[in-house]
Design a protein around this ligand. Structure first.
Ligand code: 2RA
Length: 343
């Protein structure tokens, strides 16, 4: 009843957030292991405690295939190649791997789960459950209650994605580059390594690699993952993904086309009634979600709800969520909670 939880990649932006979320939801663990690469082994991480695990400090252990013996749930956030390398060891140990990388998301035998949307899909896992891409997660959370009003036929989305999607080094790059830029450094003098170009005072319409059709892999993920999570291959998605100089919340402009009519009022009521969604939408008081002001929150925030009358049945909305929490660590821990119903 009290699972042993391993955190693979504990020193990363998402990894260290796993520790905070386990505490915040008081996950009923009997043991938590903080694992990372040899380079990070020995580092100390504070932990506020959860379940039967008291507050204290973890010394990060080097992750090896043997690290998973006795583990029930392994929360992974260390990149696709490490997840692929360790999958067999994790599942052979009898643990369920909840993987934040893109390694297995589209595999037919791997559920891709957002608990507000398709919680029942955890039932058919074979040892691995994938956590979707961050930009997909927050969009489908907002789409699901709308889909329940009338099937969605087409979505056009443009994202405004925070530096945190590139991990802790990318956040540091935004921060340091901004200071260097204000200190007068020129583009030739600035350090650019986490992104393709300077991110300070800039927007970069390029996340992940380019594909043969000139879209990016990030845009492709939003297309294919949305269909898989929503369980409807008929939903057409057109995505443009853009990196913006924000630290940790992604924002999205979403135009939704439905099979039948959905009024703004019905959409607002359905969104407001959904756990995990906060509607912030009042033009009279300039109220709408903003990514710079929502860091560290758990909900998916929706605002700027209005009719899109360029199509027969259309709505437009603006969606914001913390990329490290709902876009990654929190969603993964919520999946773990589905596996431990008493959690
Ligand atoms: C990004 N989608 O924002 C990625 C993170 N998973 O770069």
């Amino acid at each position: 009843a009290h699972p042993v939880v391993a955190i693979a990649g504990a020193t990363g932006a998402v990894g260290s957030e796993f520790l905070k979320v386990l505490h915040d939801v008081d996950f009923p663990a009997s043991e938590v292991r903080a694992l990372a690469s040899a380079r990070s082994a020995g580092r100390k991480l504070p932990f506020a405690g959860c379940g039967q695990v008291p507050a204290g400090e973890f010394v990060v252990q080097e992750m090896t295939p043997e690290s998973f013996e006795g583990v029930d749930i392994a929360l992974f956030s260390c990149g696709a190649s490490v997840s692929k390398e360790l999958r067999a060891a994790v599942t052979a140990a009898g643990a369920v791997m909840i993987d934040n990388s893109s390694a297995f998301r589209m595999d037919e035998d791997v559920p891709l789960v957002v608990p507000e949307v398709n919680p029942d899909d955890v039932a058919w896992h074979n040892g691995v459950i994938a956590n979707p891409n961050c930009s997909t997660i927050q969009m489908v959370v907002a789409l699901k209650p709308l889909y329940d009003l009338s099937p969605i036929t087409r979505v056009v989305v443009s994202t405004y994605q925070a530096a945190s999607g590139g991990g802790a080094p990318a956040m540091a790059e935004l921060y340091d580059q901004t200071k260097e830029f204000l200190d007068g450094k020129t583009d030739d003098e600035l350090t650019v390594s986490a992104f393709q170009h300077r991110i300070a005072f800039n927007c970069i319409p390029h996340i992940d690699v380019f594909l043969d059709d000139d879209s990016t892999k990030e845009e492709w993920k939003m297309v294919v993952e949305t269909k898989k999570i929503m369980g409807d291959q008929g939903i057409k998605v057109a995505a443009t993904c853009v990196r913006v100089p924000v630290l940790r919340c992604h924002a999205e402009s979403v135009n939704v086309e439905f099979a039948g009519d959905v009024s703004v009022e019905a959409a607002r009521a359905a969104l407001a009634a959904t756990d995990g969604i906060t509607v912030m939408d009042d033009c009279a008081t300039n109220t709408y979600p903003m990514p710079g002001l929502l860091a560290g929150t758990d909900d998916t925030y929706v605002g700027r709800l209005r009719k899109d009358d360029t199509v027969e049945h259309g709505l437009a909305l603006w969606v914001v969520a913390d990329q490290i929490r709902k876009g990654a660590a929190l969603n993964a821990v919520q999946i773990a909670q589905l596996l431990v119903p008493t959690a």
